[in-house]
Structure formats: structure tokens, C-alpha cells
Design a protein around this ligand. Structure first.
Ligand code: ADP
Length: 499
């Protein structure tokens, strides 16, 4: 019955005889045969070591050896090999059987195949190792990217400040320290408005900064001019944003300060040069213009076609040069704010008709067609408004060389006069449309083909702005453009009568 019970066990059981040399196995149950793949006749009489085959160098063997030597118990997990050579992990419990004097007679070994558990443990261990390695790598790369970013922040040629929600300075970069000749100690941790004798305590800036966090509205290109104690007067461009990251960095404000003092001074010198040069050119040109007129009169009776042609050409080119210089002078007047408006009520439709007639008479091949009417007397500077219409019409003609017509449409929309000038010419790419009203801006793709300086539309926009109106363009490359402007009739003397 006992043997049957042992055979029914799912653990492999063996008994070894300690009294015989080399401790041979004298009993094994059925499960032991199943676990090892050996038959009883291949097991009985052997020392257990045959199960380790060549894999002798295991610490578990040492533990077993010592237990046997001392006649004690032990539990080990040992790598064993089945008859077919497959590895299995054996959880071996070994215990001695002694006589009444305590002499060891036998050892009983109970074994279980724990390969699956062991492999799972090993896998877990290796996953853990891999995970730790990945965390280590990730931490390292985070550290590196943090250092990388920090080095960029420290190197940029723009001053940067990070503020807490209550506008205390959390950190500044090296450029800030250098530019404002302050130390980190007297800056970081301080309230922005308390820095350097309240030099940043600028009411308008304060209002904007206090709105950034609640409204999430950034400050863009805010110009500040300030006389700083150690560095003198500075003109700065400020941009401030809420730092968008969630977690520990949220609700901070990053301010970037660009020192534009030098840039503005250079721009001013350029503007001064433009103004002086155009003035200096205008005087001799006026004299030349006068002499050409005299020559024209003096040679009127001489029957010489060549001479007549030369005088006419010279008159045309002098006129063109005169217009160019006048435009340059207009630009420098706009720049210095010296533009003078002579506002007198005038018949808007008649002004348009005059401008159209002048252009037609100048011999342009295009036919300009006027449709609609405003029927309004507009109170404004007639010569300036005529300049806008002439400029827009000249552009419409210039930029539609393969077409013969240009349209002008006049209307009254609500309490505004509207004038729209349409051509079927080269058109303007969408991304360049907002820029064409900038000073000296010319569309890249067409500037080689058409002469010009890129100031006509800038002057138009300024004139319309001075009359509280607006000017815009709608255009499609290859199809043409519509330049429109509106002028307000409200607050105009006699506007109601005019309509
Ligand atoms: P300019 O004609 O002397 O270059 P403007 O200030 O009048 O200067 O115009 C600026 C730019 O806008 C032009 O260089 C041209 O590229 C573009 N532009 C103006 N009017 C038109 C138009 N009717 N059709 C296409 N492009 C135009």
C-alpha cells in the first residue's frame, strides 16, 4: 500500500543508501521516472549526480554536498537534465533517515519539476533588468536634452526671463545678466517690478503681463523704451507667453526681450539718407525740368523731327524721374510724420474721371472702364486721393501686360465710398498679399519682369489710413487682382446732402 501511495505522488521520490559507497539510489517512484525520462533500471544503483550531466558547476550542488556530509536537511533548486538532454529545474527537498543513535542510514529526496516557474521568474528578472536599463537610458537622455536646452537658452542672443504666476523672477539667462548688467542674486527670486530700482515697473507692461495667465493672451512685439541706470536708454521689443506645459512648469510666463536700439538707429540713418538724397536730387531736377521746357518752347518752330523727338523723350524721362523722386520724398515724409493734409470737399466721381482721363491721355494701350457712381462730395485731400487712384490704375495696367482692359467700379456701401479697381493680370500669391502694402515690398516672382520700387502701395495705404479708410486686395495668381478702398462718409461735412 505504501509503495502504491508513493507511486501515486506527483513529486518524484528517491531513497539513497548512505551506508554504501557513493550513496547510490535504492528506490525511485513512478513520478521520478516520468520527470527524468529514465527507467527504474537506469536509475537504481546510480549516484544522483548523473542528473546534472556536464552541468557540474552549480552552487546548489555544494549545498547538497554539505548537507549529505553533515547528515542534515536541505532544499535546493538545481538544474537537472532529462534522459533526452532537456533541462528541467528541480526543486529538491532532501532529508536524512537516522537510527536511534543518530547515524544517517538513508536520504530521502523529494523532487518537483519547477521549470515553468523558474523560467517565468527568469523572464521577470530579465524584464526588470531591461526596464531598469531603459529607465537609466531615458534618464540619461532627459538629462542630456535638459543640458542641451539649457545651453541653447544660455547662448541665445536674446534676454529671457521666466516668471512665476505672481510675477517673481524664477530664472534669467546669461544674455539678460550681460545686457542689463545685473547679477543673478539681485534678480532671481525678486518681483519683476522691484528689479533695479523699479526699472521694469512700466504701467502698460504691467497691465499686459497681468492678463497673460487668466486670458492666455500672449504679448507680441510690445515696444518699451527705457532709460536704464547702468546701460542708458534702450529700445526693446518684448514678447511674453504663458508656458503651456502641464505639471510642475504650468502657469509660468516666459518673456523674451530683444534689444532693438541699434537696429532702430540704423533704420533711422537709412530713412535720413533717403530723405536727404531725394531732397538733394529734387532741386537740380526741377532746374533741368525748367530748362527742358524752355528748350521745348525755343525749338517749337524749328522743323527738325530728330530734335523734336529728343526733346519729347527727355521731357517724358525727366517727368518719370520727377515722379520717382516725389514718391521717395512722400515716403520720407510719411516716415517722419510730416505729411500735410489739405482737406477740402471735392466731387469724388469727377476726381476718378480726371485720373482716368489723364492716364488714357498718357497713351496707355489699356482701356479703363468706369462703372457705377458714388454721387458724393468727399471731404479730403483731393490730390492725395487722386494719387491713390492713379497709383492703383497704373499698377493694374503695369501688371496686366497681356490684357487691354482695366475696370473701376464706384459705389456707396453703408456710409462709405467704395472704389474697386480690377485687372486680369498676373495676380499676387495669397501669402504675399498682406505684405504688398509694406514699404519697399515687391512680389518675388514678378519683380524681375516689372520695374518699380515697391513704394506706391505703401503710400496709398498711408493716404487711405490718414483718411480713416481701409484698403485691401483680393487676387488670384494668373487670373488678376481687385484692389479696393473705402472712405468713411460719416462725420463728413455735408455727407448726408451729398448722398
Ligand atoms: P511697384 O509696382 O513699384 O513695385 P507697389 O508698391 O505699387 O510697387 O506694388 C508693390 C508690389 O505689389 C508690386 O511690386 C507687385 O509685385 C504687386 N502689385 C501691385 N499691384 C499689382 C497688381 N495690380 N497686380 C499684380 N501685382 C501687383
Amino acid at each position: 500500500m505504501l509503495t502504491g501511495a508513493l507511486d501515486a505522488s506527483i513529486s518524484g521520490i528517491i531513497i539513497t543508501d548512505h551506508q554504501q559507497p557513493d550513496n547510490p539510489i535504492i528506490y525511485c517512484n513512478k513520478s521520478f521516472e516520468d520527470i527524468t525520462g529514465y527507467t527504474r533500471s537506469e536509475i537504481i544503483g546510480h549516484n544522483c549526480r548523473f542528473l546534472q550531466q556536464e552541468d557540474r558547476n552549480q552552487p546548489a550542488r555544494e549545498t547538497l554536498f554539505n548537507a549529505i556530509k553533515e547528515g542534515g536537511k536541505c532544499v535546493v533548486e538545481i538544474r537537472n537534465y532529462k534522459k533526452d538532454g532537456t533541462l528541467f529545474w528541480n526543486e529538491l527537498y532532501m532529508s536524512p533517515i537516522t537510527d536511534e543513535n543518530g547515524n544517517v542510514l538513508f536520504f530521502i529526496g523529494v523532487q518537483n519539476d519547477v521549470t515553468r516557474r523558474k523560467l517565468a521568474e527568469e523572464e521577470l528578472q530579465s524584464d526588470k533588468k531591461k526596464m531598469e536599463q531603459r529607465i537609466e537610458e531615458r534618464t540619461q537622455s532627459l538629462r542630456e536634452s535638459e543640458e542641451y536646452l539649457a545651453s541653447i537658452v544660455q547662448t541665445v542672443r536674446e534676454s529671457l526671463i521666466v516668471l512665476s504666476p505672481n510675477l517673481k523672477v524664477l530664472s534669467v539667462n546669461s544674455h539678460f545678466i550681460k545686457t542689463f548688467k545685473v547679477s543673478r542674486e539681485e534678480t532671481e527670486g525678486k518681483l519683476l517690478y522691484d528689479l533695479g530700482n523699479g526699472q521694469w515697473n512700466i504701467p502698460e507692461l504691467k497691465k499686459l503681463l497681468e492678463k497673460i495667465l487668466p486670458t492666455n493672451n500672449p504679448i507680441i512685439d510690445f515696444e518699451v523704451s527705457h532709460d536704464f541706470p547702468h546701460i542708458g536708454k534702450k529700445l526693446m521689443l518684448l514678447n511674453a507667453h504663458r508656458i503651456e506645459l502641464e505639471g510642475q512648469y504650468k502657469d509660468r510666463i516666459l518673456i523674451a526681450i530683444e534689444d532693438i536700439t541699434e537696429r532702430r538707429a540704423i533704420e533711422q540713418r537709412k530713412d535720413d539718407f533717403l530723405s536727404i538724397a531725394s531732397h538733394e536730387l529734387k532741386t537740380p531736377l526741377t532746374t533741368i525740368k525748367g530748362y527742358i521746357q524752355i528748350i521745348g518752347r525755343l525749338t517749337a518752330d524749328i522743323q527738325n523731327e530728330k530734335l523734336k523727338g529728343a526733346v519729347e523723350k527727355t521731357t517724358t524721362y525727366v517727368e518719370r524721374l520727377n515722379n520717382l523722386i516725389s514718391e521717395l520724398l512722400d515716403v520720407s515724409r510719411i516716415q517722419s510724420g510730416n505729411i500735410e493734409l489739405h482737406k477740402v470737399p471735392f466731387d469724388f466721381d469727377a476726381a476718378v474721371a480726371d485720373a482716368v482721363e489723364n492716364l488714357q491721355q498718357a497713351g496707355h494701350s489699356h482701356k479703363i472702364t468706369v462703372t457705377g457712381k458714388t454721387g458724393c462730395t468727399f471731404n479730403g485731400d483731393e490730390s492725395h486721393i487722386t494719387q491713390v487712384i492713379t497709383n492703383l490704375l497704373s499698377n493694374a495696367i503695369k501688371y496686366s501686360p497681356n490684357h487691354q482692359t482695366v475696370g473701376v467700379h464706384l459705389s456707396v456701401v453703408s456710409d462709405y465710398i467704395k472704389c474697386a479697381i480690377t485687372d486680369n493680370g498676373v495676380g499676387i500669391p495669397r501669402d504675399e498679399q498682406p505684405k504688398i502694402f509694406d514699404r519697399f515690398y515687391r512680389v518675388g516672382s514678378t519683380q524681375q519682369r516689372f520695374p518699380g520700387m515697391g513704394i506706391g502701395l505703401y503710400i496709398c495705404a498711408e493716404i487711405i489710413r490718414n483718411h480713416e479708410g481701409s484698403i485691401w486686395v483680393e487676387s488670384e495668381p494668373g487670373k488678376g487682382s481687385v484692389f479696393s478702398f473705402t472712405l468713411p462718409l460719416s462725420e463728413q461735412k455735408g455727407a448726408q446732402d451729398a448722398r
